[in-house]
Design a protein around this ligand. Structure first.
Ligand code: ATP
Length: 369
């Protein structure tokens, strides 16, 4: 018999609600996570992501709904009885203990035989490449090294589920980027299922195999990083993830059966002979890198392509790309990202240049919410 998603769910979050008094922090969320997945709960401050993580850890109980891990309902189980370990943003390392003792702490508390403790701590030190630092105290370590000790300590107990609360929040940007990859490598080597919480979309995109974008206690969209980036299903998600141009308008059809979205700033061509949504308000989302620039008006059959004239108002150089802010005749802005090594040498554009921006209908997403 074919395996259904139901069978393959290692962690099941089923219609979970959490209320604090009359405030609903988590509002009826459901999710299946497969074994070995690295899953990110992504959202801005107050969206309920930490409350959901705390329910997985057992620090909070759902007001209603179920959490099932590896076939076991976790209802009523205190944190120490769950096969779950949480790594906090602050790392919470014991300052007076060495790296070795920090990693061994939970194993000693569980009363494991000392040979087993030694084997596991050594394995973790090897995995996190901390062997040479085993005798140091936390204050003698860099932020990145402390983070690896915290991870080693969380993994030493071989949890079935690893929870990461803003795992890299305490690190500066450059170190954070390097550490993201390191962390993923270690988690994948161990094969542990992982749920992380972050407000940093780049962190979620780099580390997670799937992401849930949360707002006001709900999941707005769940999908792979590329799904969420390429095909956002709501205006909020399109705006929250990456850079985007958003234009609100109404769907119209001309006498040649071409469907357009009539916006205040320009007309978006979305296709031929499409029915539905007529007269409806929609939002068109276009990523800046999907738009091309040319100094001359592009010669295409009218209706094939979106094109709009503008003036370069601002430009930000990022090395591999330049982000241009065009001012359109209406006064609206359009962001266009151009690769600096592209053969059409758009890098040669400068402030005040008159240009044409153009993109294919297939490069935009029409959102009905
Ligand atoms: P942040 O990134 O700032 O931690 P978050 O998305 O993790 O935000 P939560 O900590 O889950 O958000 O909080 C969600 C909402 O629930 C917030 O409005 C918060 O004030 C509220 N909340 C959380 N814990 C409690 C509590 N113990 N009592 C009352 N309200 C709470």
């Amino acid at each position: 018999m074919a395996k259904t998603l139901e069978d393959s769910a290692f962690l099941r979050i089923d219609s979970v609600v959490k209320e604090f008094g009359d405030f609903r922090a988590v509002d009826q969320v459901s999710l299946d996570i497969a074994k070995g997945e690295i899953f990110a709960l992504l959202g801005s401050s107050g969206c309920g992501k930490s409350t959901l993580l705390r329910m997985l850890a057992g620090f909070e109980s759902p007001t209603s709904g179920r959490i099932v891990l590896n076939g076991q309902d976790l209802a009523g189980k205190p944190p120490y009885e769950r096969p779950v370990n949480m790594m906090f943003q602050s790392y919470a390392l014991f300052p007076h203990m060495t790296v070795w003792d920090n990693i061994a702490f939970g194993l000693r508390r569980d009363g494991l035989p000392s040979a087993e403790i030694t084997a596991r701590v050594d394995e973790m030190l090897r995995l996190t490449q901390l062997g040479k630092l085993a005798k140091r105290k936390p204050h003698q370590l860099s932020g990145g090294q402390q983070q690896r000790v915290a991870l080693a300590r969380s993994l030493a107990k071989r949890p079935q589920l690893l929870l990461l609360d803003e795992p890299l929040g305490a690190l500066d940007k450059k170190l954070r980027e390097a550490t993201q990859i390191e962390l993923v490598n270690i988690i994948e080597t161990v094969g542990v299922t992982c749920v992380m919480v972050t407000h940093d979309q780049e962190e979620a995109m780099t580390m997670a195999s799937r992401i849930a974008v949360m707002s006001e206690g709900r999941f707005l969209q769940v999908g792979s990083p590329s799904d969420i980036y390429e095909t956002p299903t709501t205006r909020f998600v399109a705006d929250f993830i990456g850079n985007v141009n958003l234009a609100d308008g109404t769907i119209t059809v001309d006498e040649a059966d071409h469907v357009h979205v009539q916006c205040a700033d320009y007309t978006h061509y979305i296709g031929h002979g499409i029915t539905g949504y007529l007269g409806q308000p929609v939002t068109v989302a276009v990523r800046p890198e999907k738009i091309h620039l040319s100094k001359d008006r592009p010669e295409n059959t009218p209706g094939d392509m979106n094109r709009v004239a503008g003036k370069v108002k601002e430009m930000s150089y990022f090395g591999d790309t330049t982000l241009y802010h065009l001012e359109l005749a209406s006064g609206a802005r359009l962001k266009v990202s151009v690769e600096n090594d592209s053969r059409d040498r758009q890098g040669a554009l400068t402030w005040g240049d008159q240009v044409w921006a153009h993109w294919l209908p297939s490069s935009q997403v029409v959102l009905t919410q």
